[in-house]
Design a protein around this ligand. Structure first.
Ligand code: HEC
Ligand code: HEC
Ligand code: HEC
Ligand code: HEC
Ligand code: HEC
Length: 327
């Protein structure tokens, strides 16, 4: 008879666990998650519970910041150790230069680089969990956090005036999403959905197509040529396009003349580089004149703006426009 009630405690285990865990003092089930040095946890471990965030981060440029071919080459196969601070940081919570981590280096800028603060995992909202948490840290809502490593982009952002309202780096590069922070049992049964931030650190999924705008003006078509002006305007990106201090960053504006079947019969390109001072600054309007000869069969003039990379493997369309006429 009695043995049947052995099940009893099992049923209540998780409920007990819940109550226990909501008492902040007894919450520390996983103290190893806040270790530094050789015992520093892998981000994969965070991904056991924060699964969605983990997969976003893993696809993000931060997870490539050590393994990227360009970084490997420019550091002469990792010989320049002074480059490692921002690319493989232990933690950004330091008053001095960001120091490099010695283990799990292939993870680059990992979870604890940005979240480990003085033996706690700190974050932006109120939260109780099974590891030490320093909650409601306002630093996470600021561009200063990103500015620890993106130094000159942050400086430019700071100087950009958006009439009293400034969008932070996170507003654009970490889109808001409604979801649970945890995708593992028993935790996901306990915690409700709430607002979180996608850890994509990219601009590829920016929905707002009005930040960078291109348009054709004064297009004329006579005497065997088509000429005009393409205007390219940075209406809403509060840093230059492209931006940054390191690596190969080129944005290419291409103007193409197409025939009536859509084939390109002539084209013209302009490259924008930070280093050559040709990047498109915040609020700047750039004019690019064009002129194409031999236009009997013209169907349209098109323009696009593409962010490219050294190996042309991560090209992104930033803006496009088309001019059609009853030629
Ligand atoms: C065993 C599951 C588990 C693991 C492993 C885990 N976490 Fe958590 N974490 C939680 C839970 C549960 C919460 C609270 C969630 C909530 O309040 O919705 C939390 C909250 C957080 C918060 C607080 C968010 C805020 O807004 O203040 C941060 C930051 C965090 N975790 C980072 C990490 C990092 C970094 C790792 C890896 C080193 C990690 N977690 C590993 C379960 C886990
Ligand atoms: C610890 C230093 C560090 C912090 C903090 C940091 N980043 Fe980065 N970030 C990097 C490094 C290093 C790279 C280069 C990775 C690569 O492409 O190999 C990078 C790359 C990027 C890129 C892609 C750049 C490109 O050329 O495609 C974006 C966008 C970005 N970070 C946004 C952010 C935002 C937004 C924040 C703040 C929430 C932030 N970063 C915080 C170090 C950092
Ligand atoms: C480059 C810095 C950076 C890295 C790397 C990073 N985070 Fe975050 N994380 C942030 C910032 C900034 C916020 C707050 C964004 C906001 O609220 O505007 C945040 C928020 C969070 C939150 C709170 C809930 C939410 O979605 O806002 C959790 C949990 C979290 N991060 C876990 C992780 C985990 C797990 C990893 C690794 C897989 C990770 N973070 C990697 C900067 C980072
Ligand atoms: C209003 C939205 C917005 C805000 C705010 C914003 N960015 Fe961007 N960011 C973009 C867009 C759009 C791009 C793509 C255009 C480009 O390549 O410059 C971009 C590109 C980038 C890149 C890639 C660089 C490159 O060469 O393409 C980095 C790095 C970056 N941003 C960092 C930051 C940092 C750091 C902050 C905060 C100081 C910030 N951004 C604030 C919209 C924004
Ligand atoms: C202050 C922090 C910091 C330091 C120090 C640093 N970097 Fe970076 N690095 C970044 C950031 C942030 C990015 C992303 C692009 C940008 O904003 O400049 C980056 C991007 C890169 C890229 C482009 C990666 C890619 O995949 O395209 C290369 C290459 C690079 N860094 C090389 C270096 C070298 C070499 C050194 C040492 C001389 C170095 N970095 C030191 C912050 C840093």
């Amino acid at each position: 008879m009695f043995y049947k009630s052995v099940k009893f405690p099992k049923v209540y285990t998780s409920t007990f666990f819940v109550i226990w865990c909501f008492l902040p003092v007894s919450c520390v089930i996983y103290p190893e998650l806040v270790e530094k040095g050789v015992n520093s946890p892998k981000s994969e471990r965070c991904g056991d519970c924060h699964r969605d965030i983990y997969y976003e981060w893993k696809e993000s440029p931060h997870a490539r910041s050590f393994t990227s071919t360009a970084f490997k080459e420019e550091t002469n196969e990792y010989q320049f150790t002074f480059c490692l601070g921002c690319h493989v940081p232990e933690t950004i919570f330091t008053d001095n230069k960001v120091e490099s981590r010695k283990i799990n280096v292939t993870e680059g800028v990992n979870c604890n680089s940005c979240h480990l603060n003085d033996c706690k995992l700190s974050g932006p909202t109120s939260a109780y969990g099974p590891h030490p948490i320093s909650e409601k840290d306002p630093f996470y809502k600021t561009s200063e956090l990103c500015g620890k490593c993106h130094i000159s982009t942050f400086k430019v952002w700071q100087e950009s005036d958006v009439a009293g309202y400034k969008k932070t780096c996170q507003d654009c590069h970490m889109p808001a999403v409604q979801r649970k922070l945890i995708q593992d049992d028993p935790w996901q049964k306990i915690y409700p959905k709430r607002e979180g931030k996608q850890h994509v650190f990219s601009y590829q999924n920016l929905k707002d197509k009005t930040l960078l705008v291109m348009s054709f003006v004064k297009v004329t078509h006579s005497e065997g040529k088509i000429e005009g002006i393409l205007e390219v305007e940075n209406i809403g990106v509060p840093h230059s396009v492209p931006t940054g201090d390191y690596g190969y960053r080129e944005v290419i504006v291409t103007i193409e003349m197409q025939d009536k079947t859509g084939c390109v019969i002539n084209s013209q390109k302009k490259s924008l580089f930070v280093e050559m001072n040709t990047a498109l600054k915040y609020k700047e309007k750039m004019t690019i004149p064009f002129c194409f000869y031999g236009n009997e069969d013209v169907g349209a003039v098109k323009a696009n703006m593409i962010r490219t990379s050294l190996y042309k493997d991560t090209n992104v369309l930033l803006a496009e426009t088309i001019y059609k006429s009853s030629w």
